[in-house]
Write a protein that binds this ligand. Structure first.
Ligand code: ATP
Ligand code: MG
Ligand code: MG
Length: 565
């Protein structure tokens, strides 16, 4: 496996550090609490928290809550939970809104030094000032830019005191409209908005913009390296301008590429539509790529961090296929989870000469590769259940599983078995039961299949949910008729009568099996941390729909990449 800190030791993040080799490093992860985090945010978390951790510094979790129109209480909790789930501990949890007072003071200061003015222009006028359609006409400033400091201060206080309606007035920074960078063309700093804020209530009738807030909050917290995504490259100039003009501490902003996953949608609006139309179970449906969904599906946080590390951090955006993410997860699970036997579609096989082994205890290792995982006991029974797909009514030469007259190995069992006959259900025509005998001669059968013991031996029924991609195409958003027209009808296949061996109880009790990866890499507590490899089937995790009486399992990933896709 690759160096888990490679992304900090080389490439972009190493260069960023060398550009400003300050200790202690102070960073922040600044989500807007207006939705659930998705897989892209995991990169931002890994970059910001990881960078600080690597350099022995600290990272804030800062809620960028300056827009009361879009933000909701439930997202604060969900975001914090995800940061911790990924194994990071915020140095402090802060809120941009805690700085409303300080930000207001600095806005007055900006006006006082002649670098801010209250403007009354509407959108059309502003567009013209900024060069019109396609920037074809010369840029210019409106008359409001000529107001005196006193006039601006008075008007800004009037904004604060609720004497203007939204859009009647806004505070602008007086930057440099001759600069080629649109982020210097007198950006908005404060707007009137008569909306209560979930933290400051009705205290404010004006709210600061991102461009005004972000650089200053970074400054207040002493952020040394302000890492954000590449769409903010142009904003770097205004970020630096404001801190410099106000004479406050100057963090260094640098930009890295966004991470997207193809074959799915991540935008809030689209996800909401999928949830509202009941196409998926909820925001945490295992077919989605929100972090709560990825968690519910059973993906260990360590696998996500490994994925981000493998991709590396550069200045370009990347669109990664789902299958690549799954490869990393598979490799991660391969070395970290125990193995069990599970059959999706059980078919009883009566082994007629197995009386002496009926109820015999077998000792089975949890992992053939990692003895530290220990072993467990299962009971062999005269009637075993195999998977229906491992039996054929008619044998053929190139087939090596169970069929009349053919021998197959049963994993861990005393002897291979040979089918002698079978019965079918009259109504459905499906095979109902297979009869078999031990084949004591064949020492090395070509194939071994998994099985579970009969009810009463400790094995249990369970519901298994197999998830496939939710969409048919690589770019559902661009599909003809939109992404709702691109749904994969087989995105969730349910096996209601699957059976799991008795070792599941111990897997559950010992979850998340830190022997192989360390507790912080596996996520603690939830049902999804009960993970295992079902031999010859797939990797699974327990779903949150499980109860004491009913186990529900989610497929995390298949054992091998599906070649058809
Ligand atoms: P979205 O619109 O998808 O929610 P956002 O940029 O509005 O994205 P924020 O909640 O403001 O998201 O993001 C918090 C941090 O996460 C920001 O620093 C942002 O740059 C970063 N981030 C968001 N999406 C990605 C992504 N796909 N890849 C990497 N970082 C991301
Ligand atoms: Mg967002
Ligand atoms: Mg945002």
């Amino acid at each position: 496996p690759m160096d888990p800190q490679a992304m900090f030791k080389q490439g972009f993040l190493n260069e960023v550090f060398n550009e400003r080799p300050m200790k202690p490093v102070v960073t922040r992860f600044p989500p807007e609490p207006n939705g659930y985090l998705h897989i892209g945010h995991a990169k931002a978390i890994a970059v910001n928290f990881g960078f600080a951790k690597y350099h022995g510094g600290k990272c804030y979790l800062r809620f960028d809550d300056t827009n009361p129109e879009a933000e909701e209480e439930k997202y604060f909790t969900a975001i914090e939970e995800m940061v911790r789930w990924l194994g990071f501990e915020p140095y402090k949890i802060t809120y941009s809104s805690d700085n409303f007072g300080k930000l207001y003071e600095l806005a007055e200061k900006l006006i006082t030094i002649g670098k801010g003015y209250v403007c009354h222009c509407d959108d059309d006028e502003i567009k013209l000032q900024r060069g019109g359609e396609k920037g074809a006409t010369p840029r210019y400033r409106c008359k409001h830019a000529d107001q005196t400091v006193e006039e601006n201060l008075q008007k800004f206080r009037d904004m604060r005191d609720g004497n203007y309606k939204p859009r009647e007035a806004f505070l602008r920074m007086k930057q440099d409209i001759t600069d080629g960078n649109p982020q210097m063309w007198d950006l908005a700093a404060y707007r009137v908005l008569d909306k209560p804020h979930h933290r400051t209530g009705a205290d404010w009738k004006i709210y600061p913009t991102y461009d005004f807030t972000h650089c200053l909050c970074d400054s207040f917290e002493g952020i040394t390296h302000s890492l954000c995504t590449v769409e903010f490259v142009l904003s770097r100039v205004s970020y630096e301008w404001l801190n410099r003009e106000l004479g406050v501490y100057e963090p260094m902003q640098r930009e890295y590429g966004r991470l997207s996953i193809s074959g799915t949608v991540l935008s809030k609006r689209k996800l909401k539509e999928l949830v509202d139309k009941k196409i998926v179970r909820d925001w945490d449906d295992p077919r989605l790529y929100t972090l709560i969904a990825v968690r519910r599906r059973g993906v260990p946080p360590g696998a996500i961090l490994e994925f981000v590390n493998e991709l590396g951090v550069t200045t370009s955006n990347s669109i990664i296929q789902i299958t690549r993410f799954e490869q990393t997860i598979r490799r991660y699970l391969e070395r970290t989870v125990p193995r069990l036997m599970l059959v999706l579609d059980p078919l009883p096989v009566v082994i007629e000469d197995a009386d002496e082994f009926d109820g015999a205890e077998l000792t089975v290792p949890f992992s053939p590769k990692n003895p530290a995982m220990g072993d467990h006991k299962i009971k062999f029974t005269k009637t075993v259940y195999i998977d229906r797909s491992d039996f054929r009514e008619v044998d053929s030469k190139d087939y090596f599983r169970l069929a009349p007259g053919k021998t197959v190995g049963l994993l861990q069992a005393p002897f291979p078995i040979k089918a002698t006959s079978f019965t079918t259900d009259e109504a459905t025509g499906k095979v109902k039961e297979v009869r078999a005998v031990f084949d004591r001669e064949t020492k090395k059968p070509k194939t071994f299949i998994q099985w579970v013991g009969a009810e009463g031996s400790g094995s249990r029924k369970c519901e298994v949910r197999i998830h496939n991609p939710l969409f048919k195409s690589e770019n559902p958003a661009a599909a003809e008729g939109g992404y709702l027209n691109d749904l994969n009808p087989e995105s969730e296949i349910i096996y209601p009568d699957a059976m799991i061996e008795s070792g599941f109880e111990e897997v559950k009790r010992r979850a998340p099996w830190p022997e192989a990866a360390g507790e912080d890499k596996l996520g603690k507590g939830g049902p999804e941390s009960v993970r295992f490899q079902a031999m010859r089937v797939a990797y699974f995790a327990m779903d949150s729909d499980s109860t004491d009486d009913k186990i529900v399992l989610n497929r995390i990933v298949s054992l091998k990449e599906d070649k058809e896709k």
